[in-house]
Design a protein around this ligand. Structure first.
Ligand SMILES: [Zn+2]
Ligand SMILES: [Zn+2]
Length: 675
């Protein structure tokens, strides 16, 4: 196995999700890659940590908290917990998932600032800022929009132009507009602090040039920016929520969100490890690897290392593993327009986490953008995961269990050895791809191994041998079972939960995540075989495509007006009054024949009994639901859920893992309107 020499431990980070946004599929690409990589390291006995957390500073946090009548801290805590719950559902395993508003982070940010200031790397300048009188606040970054002074792009944000990627200051924009109220803000002058990037630029250049293994944009983008000449970068903001600036005259200001956010990587490590944290951040033996989307490259290759250069004790990142974008059916993801699938939706469509992880891994946009589609999700899942890997695992395990019940003895033939040698070569390729962050390619070698394995099974016809030559049959199955075992270990970083299931079916007593190899013992009793990966049905894929397309049932795009309404989450009374709610009694509860999590309910609405499919199986036993009065959306168009028609919807309340049915305060006649 190839091991990067010279490092004793690896610290893996994923870009910090902004606390105000529910991450969508595209946002979590870097998180998933970091998870795969960190699981791979740990599985191979390497000392690794996976650190991430929510980025909580900024104007938007203050505004969103205010809207909800919460303190910024309470609001951030809720959002942090929700984001983490969604990541956990997907099997992302952080060692620590912290919050940048923590005291540790504030302390470290202030220390880094003070060191930079001592080194003469902080400048003071009078700044021309935009102030909205109507909203009574300064308008930083994302709260101003206007025309980019560099490329003329209309709709450039106050901190960066989406078109030419140039950093901007809000007051540089032409024809600026307040994004809160749409009014033209007024210009005010105020003293602010700047990071002296021009002064740091020779050190940055030398450092990036030494990183010969950095790929594409991670190397080219910062080097070309440095060549063009870096500008001093403002690091202070007129806000209350955030990290206070420890400098006379700036007590009423806080650090710019991006100044304190990456410091979170250090703070979360320190909070997690307590006194041992320095070996991870102040040691040449530690390899620090940042996974992030390409929009985050400038911050991690210019601003963040500049902060670390405040003091020679800090370890600089060794590698920046950036990815391109995952788009949604040719569009941008948009929560307000209901376009695309967000992490909070993932558990609602009945597709297992392993299938999501496999699909996202096999299509990772590591070198170029990729376009998600439900059709593609179905094709890749059914043709590659189910028909190739799933098929080989299940046929081997069920056949072996039936005819041997344990791992049979083996006497390898020269042809068997040839196959095993080929697989060994592919395992080496897998390791090389993993070590060089080509995770998609690594997964593809597992598909190659599975292909070979299917061919081997097919060619050796164990179903014939079992009748004609049981000893040879045992050898063939021994080889196949060991291939299953190899596949299980190689798949673990990608689909950990399914790998653990497979491990159990192979009769191992330990967890695959803690295993140190994949060689089966002759005579090892096999577990109960079951299908690990389920096909995605065409009708489900079609249904989800409509559900997440931002189109209504008639297929037309939601109108401009309702887009705007969605923006602040409000519906009109007229829209609301279209929905009819009724009280009904659950009279029967049956298991859905095609779905593990669904019940098929019969609900008595007084004048009729409706068949309703509900995802309540994980939360209620049939007896707990029978006889209960529930609230039903009675005029919802019937829809098929996994092949069974649902004539309405039962309302429930959900928070993280808790789901409870909505009911009535006192018994009332079935069919009563909810008004
Ligand atoms: Zn521009
Ligand atoms: Zn305004």
């Amino acid at each position: 196995m190839l091991i990067i020499v010279g490092f004793k431990r690896t610290l893996v980070t994923a870009a910090l999700p902004y606390v105000n946004n529910v991450p969508h599929l595209g946002n979590i690409i870097c998180t998933l890659r970091a998870d795969i990589y960190s699981r791979y390291l740990k599985l191979n006995g390497r000392d690794a940590l996976f650190i991430c957390g929510t980025d909580e500073s900024g104007t938007r946090t203050e505004i969103e908290a205010q809207k909800r009548g919460l303190t910024p801290d309470k609001y951030c805590k809720q959002m942090h917990d929700d984001i983490l719950t969604n990541f956990n559902w997907l099997g992302i395993e952080f060692d620590n998932f912290g919050r940048t508003s923590s005291e540790t982070n504030k302390e470290l940010t202030q220390e880094i600032f003070t060191d930079l200031d001592k080194k003469g790397l902080i400048l003071e300048k009078e700044l021309t800022l935009l102030y909205c009188k109507h909203d009574d606040r300064y308008l930083p970054d994302s709260y101003v929009e206007g025309i980019c002074p560099h490329c003329g792009f209309d709709g450039a944000k106050g901190d960066q132009c989406d078109n030419c990627s140039k950093f901007l200051e809000p007051a540089e924009l032409k024809e600026p507009k307040c994004k809160l109220c749409g009014r033209t803000p007024e210009v005010r002058k105020d003293m602010h602090l700047f990071l002296d990037l021009p002064k740091l630029s020779p050190s940055l250049k030398k450092w990036i040039e030494s990183k010969r293994d950095w790929k594409g944009v991670t190397r080219n983008m910062p080097l070309s920016w440095i060549k063009e000449g870096l500008e001093p970068r403002c690091i202070s903001r007129n806000l209350k929520w955030g990290t206070k600036i420890p400098k006379k005259g700036y007590e009423d200001k806080v650090f710019y969100v991006w100044f304190d956010a990456p410091v979170g990587y250090i703070a979360f490590t320190r909070d997690y490890l307590k006194k041992d944290w320095k070996t991870w951040w102040q040691s040449k033996d530690t390899r620090i690897i940042h996974f992030l989307g390409k929009d985050n490259v400038p911050f991690h290759t210019i601003i963040w290392p500049s902060e670390l250069m405040s003091n020679s004790k800090w370890t600089l990142p060794d590698y920046v593993a950036s990815n391109e974008y995952l788009n949604y059916q040719g569009q941008q993801f948009s929560k307000s327009r209901n376009v695309g699938i967000f992490t909070s939706d993932l558990d609602k469509v009945g597709i297992e986490p392993s299938l999501w992880r496999f699909y996202l891994s096999v299509t990772l946009p590591e070198h170029k953008d990729y376009d998600f589609s439900w059709q593609d999700l179905m094709d890749k899942t059914n043709n590659e995961l189910v028909a190739n890997i799933g098929n080989f695992l299940f046929r081997t395990l069920s056949f072996s269990k039936k005819h041997f019940g344990e791992v049979p003895k083996c006497a390898l033939s020269p042809d068997d050895i040839k196959v095993i040698d080929k697989v060994e070569k592919l395992k080496e390729k897998y390791a090389l791809k993993m070590e060089t962050f080509e995770l998609k390619e690594a997964l593809k070698t597992v598909l190659e191994i599975s292909n070979l394995s299917n061919q081997y099974f097919q060619k050796n016809e164990p179903w014939v041998l079992v009748k004609t030559d049981k000893v040879r049959c045992g050898t063939v199955l021994n080889v196949c079972l060991n291939l299953c075992s190899t596949i299980g270990r190689l798949l673990y970083p990608f689909v950990p939960v399914s790998s653990e299931d497979l491990w159990e079916q192979l009769g191992y007593k330990d967890d695959v995540g803690k295993s140190r190899g994949a060689v089966l013992t002759v005579g090892q009793k096999l577990g109960k075989p079951s299908i690990l990966f389920k096909k995605i049905e065409k009708e489900d894929a079609d249904k989800f495509e409509v559900m997440f397309s931002g189109k209504d049932a008639k297929g037309s795009k939601s109108s401009k007006k309702s887009e705007k309404d969605d923006g602040d989450g409000m519906v009109t009374y007229e829209e609301f009054s279209k929905l009819k709610f009724k009280v009904g009694t659950v009279v029967d509860v049956k298991d859905h024949p095609e779905a593990d999590k669904l019940y098929v309910l019969s609900v008595d609405l007084g004048t009729e009994v409706r068949q309703i499919v509900a995802g309540m199986k994980a939360y209620y036993k049939p007896d707990e639901m029978k006889g209960k009065q529930v609230i039903v959306v009675s005029n919802l168009k019937p829809a098929k859920l996994r092949g069974i028609e649902s004539q309405g919807m039962v309302l429930a309340a959900e928070k993280g893992k808790d789901v409870v049915l909505l009911s009535v305060d006192k018994m009332i006649k079935n069919g009563a309107n909810v008004c």
